[in-house]
Design a protein around this ligand. Structure first.
Ligand SMILES: Cc1cc2nc3c(=O)[nH]c(=O)nc-3n(C[C@H](O)[C@H](O)[C@H](O)COP(=O)(O)OP(=O)(O)OC[C@H]3O[C@@H](n4cnc5c(N)ncnc54)[C@H](O)[C@@H]3O)c2cc1C
Ligand code: FES
Length: 292
């Protein structure tokens, strides 16, 4: 079970793995994720299910090697098995026919956007993709996004590829010209906040996926609380998709920064025995929010 049946290097630190997990392959819907533990005693990390192949019983994950756990997953060879995978987790994306959907993504959010864009297209919508990165080298999954989009726009901050600028520049232009039914944004918090702000001015529906730090991914630790329409909601059980107009992005930024300041990240700064890893992270995380 959980054998890595295929592995691809998509960019320097971005990998795709296809893993044999027939129960998840059968049940996962666009927008859902898994919690994966590469080897016994490792932390668990949430990763979006990018594709499923029910016939082969596999799920595909695309991930950036950000720290210890994603690095460990990326180092496992084909035919090795990962220790455990829980899923599918989270709420599936609510896919509707709305006409024109603009799917705007940066960084690893582009991987998470793939199943969403594909599902909107399958539901009969026209899909315009806008993907961006700081430089051409950091641009992810261009070919895959071209396939799922009717039209695609690409920006790089330094102008090393396609349009110089940021993805939201293009969003403004599209909204000025076309009747947009929905803007769906996944990626950097500032980008999602700006995209939502643009849609608010024009009264256009907006959805985002929030990726707060998650510990148990099962609604028990409270680590992933986000403020939606004034209420604290758990992103792991009620998200990760939310109505962009209801997200309190300022609160979200404070929470993400509080975690970084208290723990830096889950692996680099915490020398500890493997057996105690999970509880150490949770304690650090919760102490970051005491009183908030
Ligand atoms: C629902 C959900 C779906 C996700 N899907 C994907 C995906 O499909 N592909 C992918 O590459 N990543 C995805 N992520 C982000 C991924 O879970 C983190 O990159 C991973 O947990 C980092 O773990 P690590 O041990 O390798 O790094 P750590 O050593 O724990 O952290 C390394 C760096 O990553 C940052 N980080 C930690 N957790 C997160 C997080 N949740 N979001 C953003 N930054 C984080 C830390 O602050 C630190 O700067 C998703 C996150 C969530 C919540
Ligand atoms: S990660 Fe959501 S409650 Fe623990």
């Amino acid at each position: 079970m959980f054998e890595i049946v295929n592995k691809q290097i998509l960019a320097e630190d971005v990998k795709r793995v296809d893993i044999y997990a027939p129960h998840i392959a059968k049940n996962a819907l666009p927008g859902q994720f898994v919690s994966i533990c590469p080897e016994e005693g490792d932390e668990r990390v949430p990763l979006t299910v990018i594709e499923t192949a029910e016939g082969r019983g596999t799920i595909s994950l695309i991930f950036q090697e950000k720290g210890e756990t994603t690095g460990k997953l990326g180092s496992l060879p084909i035919h090795e098995s990962v220790f455990s995978i829980l899923g599918p987790l989270g709420q599936p994306a609510k896919i509707e026919k709305v006409g024109l959907v603009v799917c705007i993504a940066t960084g690893v959010g582009t991987a998470q956007m793939l199943p969403i864009a594909r599902a909107y297209r399958k539901a009969g919508n026209k899909v315009i993709g806008i993907i961006g990165a700081k430089t051409k080298k950091e641009l992810m999954l261009e070919a895959q996004m071209r396939i799922v989009s009717h039209k695609i726009f690409i920006t790089t901050n330094d102008g090393s590829y396609e349009r110089r600028g940021v993805v939201t520049d293009i969003l403004k232009e599209i909204i000025a010209k076309e009747k947009v039914g929905l803007v769906y944004a996944i990626g950097a918090i500032e980008m999602m906040q700006e995209a939502v702000s643009i849609t608010k001015q024009k009264n256009i529906a907006a959805k985002v996926q929030l990726n707060p730090v998650m510990v148990d991914c099962m609604g028990m630790c409270g680590a992933c609380r986000v403020k939606i329409a004034g209420d604290l909601i758990l992103a792991c059980t009620d998200g990760p998709e939310f109505d962009g107009h209801q997200v309190d992005f300022e609160d979200f930024k404070v929470r993400m920064n509080a975690f970084k300041e208290s723990g830096q990240c889950r692996s680099h700064t915490l020398p500890r025995s493997k057996a105690r890893k999970g509880s150490t992270i949770l304690t650090k995380f919760l102490s970051a929010f005491r009183g908030k």
